[in-house]
Design a binder for this molecule. Structure first.
Ligand code: GMT
Length: 384
C-alpha cells in the first residue's frame, strides 16, 4: 500500500494456537507493507518468537492488565480489554480493530468503538474455530456473542465450513471467507536432512503431530495411529506443542513399549525445520476451523493424514495432498499413512501438498485483509 498506510490494532490470545499465529503473521505482513500495527494481548504472543527480530521490532505491543480482587470469582478480562482498546484507538488514531477469536474479543472491541466514537474505528471479527462451533454458541453466552458479531463492521471466517457454522449459530447473513495462510519464505526444505538425522535413523518413517493438545485434536488417536504404523515398519513419532492431552498420549505410548520411538519436543518457536523433516503429518482432529498446522506442514512438502471433518477438507485434497478419514478411524488413518509411505508416493504427494499450500500463500491472503480494511477505513457519513 502506498502513502501513509493504515493504523490497525490486532487483538489476540498470547498462547500457543492457530488464531494467534494468524494474527501475528498478519500483523507482521501488514507492517512490512507500510501499515502501523498494534498488537493488544495479555502477554507477548508466543507466535512472535517465530518472527525475525527486525520484523518483530516493527510491531507495537500493548499489554492488557487484568485486575484481580478478592470479590471477583472471574477476572474482568473483557472490560480490561475494552479499556485498553479504547486507549490505544484514541491515542494512535486507529482506523481498524481486528479481533481474532470472537469470545470475548468481539464484544470488547464493539464496546471500545462506542467509547471512542461510534463510527470509528471499524471492528473486524475473525472467527477461527471453536468460537463458532463450541464456545460462542454455548447457550450461556450465544446471544451476547451474536450481538457483538452483528455489531462488527465485518465478520470473516477462515473456511466456508466455519462461515456456515457461524451463519447457523448466530443468525448472521454476511460472513466473508478469508482462509488461513502460510508464509512460504519460512519454509527451508534444505534443513530436512539435518533435522531428520537428529530425530530418526535413516530407515525410520517420521510421523509428526503439532498442536495445543486440546481434546478436539484427539492426541490419543495420534498415539493409536502411530502404534499401528510402528508395528509394521520402523518409525518415529515427533510431537510438537503442549497442552492438556499430551500426558495421556505419552503415557499410552509408553504403556505400549513405544517410548523410545517418540520425540516429544514441546513448544517450538519455529516449527518449520521439524516439519521439513517429517514424512507424514497426523491431524486426527474432531473438527478444525481450518487446520493451520496442516497447511504449514504441506508448505514444507509434507502430506497430511487427517479427518474429513470441518475446514480441513478445504485444505487437504483427499487422495492428492493427503488422506482424510472419518473421525476416530485409527485403523483407516494408519493404513493411509502406510500407503503414503510406499516408495514414490510420499514424494509425489509431498509435491502435491506443496503446490496446494501455494494457494494459501501470505501474499494472496494478506492482500484480502488489506482490501477489507481499506474499504472499512474509508470516510463514512456522519451519524444522523
Ligand atoms: O478455535 C480454536 O480452538 C482456537 C483457534 C486457536 O487459537 O488455536 O484454533 C483455530 O484457529 C486456527 C487459525 O485460524 C485454525 O487453523 C484452527 O483450525 C482452529 N482450531 C479449531 O478449530 C479447533
Amino acid at each position: 500500500m502506498n502513502g501513509q498506510g493504515l493504523r490497525v490494532v490486532m487483538v489476540l490470545y498470547p498462547t500457543l494456537g492457530g488464531s494467534s499465529t494468524v494474527a501475528v503473521e498478519l500483523a507482521h505482513h501488514l507492517a512490512r507493507r507500510g501499515h502501523r500495527v498494534h498488537l493488544v494481548s495479555t502477554g507477548v504472543p508466543f507466535a512472535m518468537s517465530r518472527l525475525p527480530e527486525a520484523d518483530a521490532g516493527r510491531l507495537v505491543f500493548h499489554r492488557v492488565e487484568v485486575p484481580s480482587y478478592p470479590l471477583f470469582t472471574h477476572a474482568p478480562y473483557d472490560l480490561a480489554l475494552a479499556t485498553k482498546l479504547a486507549e490505544v484507538a484514541r491515542g494512535e488514531g486507529v482506523q481498524v480493530i481486528h479481533v481474532h477469536y470472537a469470545v470475548p474479543h468481539a464484544a470488547a472491541a464493539v464496546m471500545a468503538r462506542e467509547m471512542v466514537d461510534p463510527l470509528r474505528p471499524a471492528v473486524v471479527t475473525t472467527l477461527h474455530g471453536t468460537d463458532a462451533t463450541l464456545t460462542g454458541p454455548d447457550p450461556a453466552i450465544r446471544a451476547a456473542v451474536a450481538h457483538a458479531l452483528r455489531r462488527s463492521d465485518a465478520v470473516t471466517a477462515v473456511s466456508s465450513f466455519l462461515a456456515g457454522q457461524a451463519r447457523a449459530a448466530f443468525g448472521l447473513e454476511d460472513v466473508a471467507v478469508i482462509p488461513d495462510f502460510v508464509d512460504l519464505r519460512h519454509v527451508a526444505p534444505a534443513v530436512r536432512a539435518r533435522t531428520r538425522a537428529a530425530l530418526a535413523r535413516p530407515e525410520d518413517a517420521v510421523l509428526l503431530h503439532v498442536s495445543n493438545f486440546r481434546p478436539v485434536k484427539n492426541a490419543l488417536d495420534v498415539a493409536r495411529v502411530f502404534e499401528r504404523v510402528a508395528r509394521l515398519r520402523p518409525a518415529v513419532l515427533v510431537l510438537c506443542g503442549d497442552g492438556p492431552d499430551a500426558g495421556a498420549a505419552l503415557a499410552y505410548l509408553e504403556s505400549r513399549g513405544l517410548a523410545d520411538r517418540v520425540r516429544f519436543l514441546g513448544m517450538q518457536a519455529d516449527p518449520f525445520p521439524v516439519m521439513a523433516a517429517a514424512d507424514v503429518f497426523l491431524l486426527p482432529t474432531s473438527g478444525e476451523g481450518f487446520g493451520l498446522s496442516a497447511l504449514e506442514a504441506m508448505a514444507a512438502g509434507v502430506p497430511v493424514v487427517g479427518t474429513s471433518a470441518g475446514g480441513l477438507t478445504e485444505v487437504v485434497e483427499d487422495g492428492v495432498s493427503g488422506y482424510l478419514l472419518p473421525v476416530h478411524d485409527v485403523d483407516g488413518m494408519a493404513a493411509a499413512a502406510l500407503r503414503l509411505l510406499e516408495p514414490g508416493r510420499r514424494a509425489a504427494m509431498g509435491e502435491a501438498a506443496r503446490r496446494r499450500a501455494a494457494h494459501f500463500s501470505s501474499s494472496r491472503v494478506v492482500a484480502r485483509y488489506e482490501a477489507l480494511y481499506a474499504r472499512l477505513a474509508a470516510p463514512r457519513p456522519p451519524a444522523s
